[in-house]
Design a protein around this ligand. Structure first.
Ligand code: AMP
Length: 282
């Protein structure tokens, strides 16, 4: 496994690999890797000749200074996990390398950035789009792997690829969960023991919503019930619970026959913001 922190050097490497006819799979991350990240790396290894994983805590996608400062960083452990997984290249640039000049681009993603994460984290998706476009320009992958854990982000990336006419296949990957159902996330490390135990409440409520949908309840009944569950739990503050069309992310007021739907949650516990989602009309 090779490690690069300079753009010019990784570009040279990619150029020579492409000259040998290798196809490149790319997994962008912010590090502090867990099995969710590694499932993306494994998928890339299965499908591509060369797998590149980037580790970069992107400051411009954080709309909360404390969240950025406290974001966990553990490069040595990440390096060992990637080596063991069979990753070929790590790209871990400094902030100065990625942003030698102040950022000015502004993306327009329409409705995709106006609901849920977009509504509650102003500027977040613009920061994500800027860094991912830069990383795509550097790595020039054939395939790029993103988790459905950040379902709205995946939709934004697909749109980014369309906006720039990129020839990158964006592959969405299943959410990997802990045994008790909590979606794996680097931020889970910041939960204290009792909040960690309690945090399975999020997935339980997504499943409750799914069962209600299967049982024929309306979206307003489901939303009311989930809001009530959170009101009754003093450990949590619900930021949003929405049911949306998984393609457009337009939030739904009613289920249409045969129309796919997905439930999305963001909630705080102990000052930590957790998100999750689940397909609910199956
Ligand atoms: P992050 O390091 O949080 O920016 O995540 C890097 C990539 O890993 C993103 O595409 C995430 O959606 C994905 N990811 C994070 N957690 C999970 C998970 N539990 N299951 C699957 N993919 C995940």
């Amino acid at each position: 496994m090779q490690i690069f922190d300079a753009i010019i050097q990784i570009k040279e490497k990619i150029k020579s690999l492409k000259a040998e006819g290798k196809n490149i799979g790319f997994v962008p991350t912010m590090g502090t890797l867990h099995e969710g990240h590694l499932s993306l790396v494994t998928k890339s290894i299965e499908q591509c000749d060369i797998t590149v994983c980037s580790i970069f805590v992107n400051p411009i996608q954080f709309n909360n200074k404390e969240d950025l400062e406290k974001y966990p960083r553990m490069f040595e452990q990440d390096r060992a996990l990637l080596e063991e997984a069979g990753c070929d290249i790590i790209f871990c640039p400094s902030e100065k390398e990625m942003y030698p000049e102040p950022v000015t681009e502004v993306y327009e993603f329409g409705l995709l950035e106006k609901v849920m994460e977009g509504a509650f984290r102003p500027g977040h998706f613009n920061g994500v789009a800027i860094v991912v476009k830069k990383l795509f320009d550097i790595v020039e992958p054939h395939y790029a792997y993103f988790g459905e854990k950040d379902f709205q982000q995946l939709a934004i990336i697909k749109q980014l690829v369309k906006i720039h006419n990129l020839t990158i296949n964006v592959i969405g990957c299943d959410i990997i969960r802990e045994n008790d159902g909590l979606a794996m996330s680097s931020r889970n490390l910041r939960l204290n023991a009792s909040d960690r135990k309690e945090s399975t409440f999020i997935f339980k409520n997504l499943n409750k919503a799914k069962q209600m949908a299967i049982g024929g309840k309306s979206i307003s009944e489901i939303k009311e019930q989930i809001a009530l569950e959170f009101e009754k739990n003093p450990n949590f503050t619900l930021e949003y619970f929405e049911i949306a069309n998984p393609l457009t992310l337009m939030t739904l007021d009613s289920f249409d026959q045969g129309q796919a739907a997905r439930a999305f949650i963001a909630a705080y516990i102990g000052g930590i913001r957790l998100i999750d989602n689940i397909e609910i009309n199956s």
